[in-house]
Ligand binder design. Structure first.
Ligand code: GLA
Length: 354
C-alpha cells in the first residue's frame, strides 16, 4: 500500500481544500489551458472545486509568451485570465524574468553578438510593460524575477541577465512592473530560501538595498519543493521566519507559497518507485500536517495568504521526471484524481481538530 488509498475513490462530493482553509489562505495549483479544451472534464471539475488560486505552469513563461522580439502569444494567458475571472480565483503570473524558458533574442543582436546592458534592459522593460499592462487588474501577483540567487545562497546566479546587467536587471524589472500595474503584488520567487544556509540573509540584504533605492517589492515567493526525507522541518521554519524582518521595511509584507510539492525521493536516489513502509507513510502525513500548521501560523500573523501546489495530481507533477524518471507522490490527489488520506488530516487541521 502506498500513500494513496483505495478506500477513498474519486468523489465529486468530496470536501474542498480551498473551502476548508478559506479563513487562512487561498489554496491553488499550477495548471495548463489543456484543462479547458473539453477533454479533461474530470480534472476541470477537480480544480474548480479544490482550488481558488491558479498559475500557469508553462504558458506565461518568457519563451512561450514572447518567443520572438516582435511576437507575443497571449491567447493561452487570455484564456487563463478569463477562467480565473469566471471562477473568482486569485491569479499569479509566472514569471516575467528567468534564466530558463527564455528565448535567446533577449541577449543577442542580429549578428549574434551579446547585447549591452542598456539594450537588454530596454528589451526586458518592453516585455514587462506589454505583459503586465495587458493583464493589469487581472493578475494579482507577479513573479517578477525567478531564481536570481546562486545555489550557494551567497552570490547572484551567473545568468546572461546578471552577466550583462548585474543586479540592475532585477531592480528595473520591479520598477517597470510597478509602473505597468501599481496594484499588482510584486514577488521575488526562489527555491533556496527554505533550506539553504545563508540564503535568507543574502535575500534580506538585497531586498533592503532595493527598498532603500525606492524599488517597489511586496513579497517573497517560497517555491517550497520540499523533500520528504531530506528536508529538515525545523530548519525550514527557522529560515522562513528570518524573512519576516522584511515587514519592517515593506508595508503589508507577504510571503507566498508558490510551488509546493513533497518529493518522495532524495536527490541522488536511483529507485523508480517508493517502498512505502509504515514509517515513511507516517512521515509523509507528519510533514504535510506540520507544514500546513506552519502556514496557518504565518497566516494568523498576517504574512501568508496564498499556498499553491505545482500541479494538480501526482500524474501531472514534474517530479516524476526530475532529476530522473521515477514514480513520485508529491501532491494531494493521486494519478486517478483520488483524494489521499493525508488530505483528510489537512481538513481536520483546518477545522482545528488536530
Ligand atoms: C521551478 C520553476 C517553475 C517550474 C518548476 C518545476 O521551480 O520556478 O516554473 O518550472 O521549477 O518544473
Amino acid at each position: 500500500m502506498d500513500v494513496c488509498h483505495e478506500q477513498y475513490g474519486y468523489d465529486p462530493a468530496a470536501p474542498s481544500l480551498c473551502e476548508a482553509f478559506k479563513d487562512y489562505f487561498r489554496v491553488g495549483a499550477a495548471i495548463s489551458t489543456k484543462f479547458f479544451d473539453g477533454e479533461h472534464e474530470k480534472e476541470l471539475a477537480l480544480i474548480k472545486k479544490q482550488y481558488n488560486a491558479f498559475v500557469l505552469s508553462l504558458q506565461s513563461k518568457p519563451s512561450f509568451i514572447h518567443p520572438a522580439e516582435d511576437r507575443y502569444v497571449f491567447e493561452p494567458v487570455d484564456r487563463f485570465v478569463a477562467f480565473g475571472k469566471a471562477n473568482g480565483a486569485r491569479l499569479r503570473g509566472h514569471t516575467l524574468v528567468w534564466h530558463q524558458s527564455v528565448p535567446d533574442w533577449f541577449f543577442y543582436d542580429k549578428d549574434g553578438n551579446t547585447v549591452g546592458a542598456d539594450l537588454l534592459i530596454a528589451r526586458m522593460n518592453e516585455h514587462i510593460r506589454t505583459i503586465v499592462s495587458r493583464y493589469r487588474g487581472q493578475i494579482d501577483s507577479w513573479d517578477v524575477c525567478n531564481e536570481v540567487f546562486h545555489k550557494d545562497g551567497i552570490h547572484f546566479r551567473d545568468t546572461m541577465w546578471y552577466k550583462i546587467a548585474g543586479t540592475r536587471f532585477i531592480k528595473e524589472a520591479f520598477r517597470t512592473a510597478h509602473e505597468a500595474d501599481p496594484d499588482a503584488r510584486l514577488i521575488l520567487n526562489d527555491y533556496l530560501l527554505e533550506e539553504t544556509e545563508g540564503a535568507s540573509e543574502t535575500l534580506i540584504r538585497f531586498v533592503t538595498e532595493m527598498v532603500n533605492e525606492g524599488v517597489a517589492i511586496h513579497g517573497i515567493g517560497l517555491q517550497f519543493h520540499h523533500y520528504l526525507k531530506y528536508s529538515n522541518l525545523e530548519n525550514v521554519k527557522k529560515n522562513i521566519r528570518k524573512l519576516l524582518v522584511l515587514k519592517d521595511i515593506i508595508p503589508g509584507f507577504k510571503l507566498e507559497v508558490t510551488e509546493f510539492d513533497m518529493n518522495c525521493y532524495d536527490w541522488d536516489e536511483q529507485a523508480t518507485d517508493v517502498v512505502w513502509t509504515d514509517e515513511l507513510r507516517e512521515l509523509y502525513r507528519y510533514k504535510y500536517v506540520e507544514l500546513f500548521r506552519f502556514f496557518m501560523e504565518l497566516s494568523r500573523e498576517g504574512f501568508l495568504d496564498s499556498v499553491l501546489f505545482w500541479g494538480t495530481n501526482d500524474g501531472d507533477s514534474w517530479l516524476n521526471g526530475f532529476p530522473r524518471e521515477h514514480k513520485n507522490y508529491p501532491l494531494l490527489f493521486d494519478r486517478e484524481l483520488k483524494i489521499k488520506p493525508v488530505m483528510y488530516d489537512l481538513l481536520d487541521l483546518a477545522a482545528g481538530k488536530i
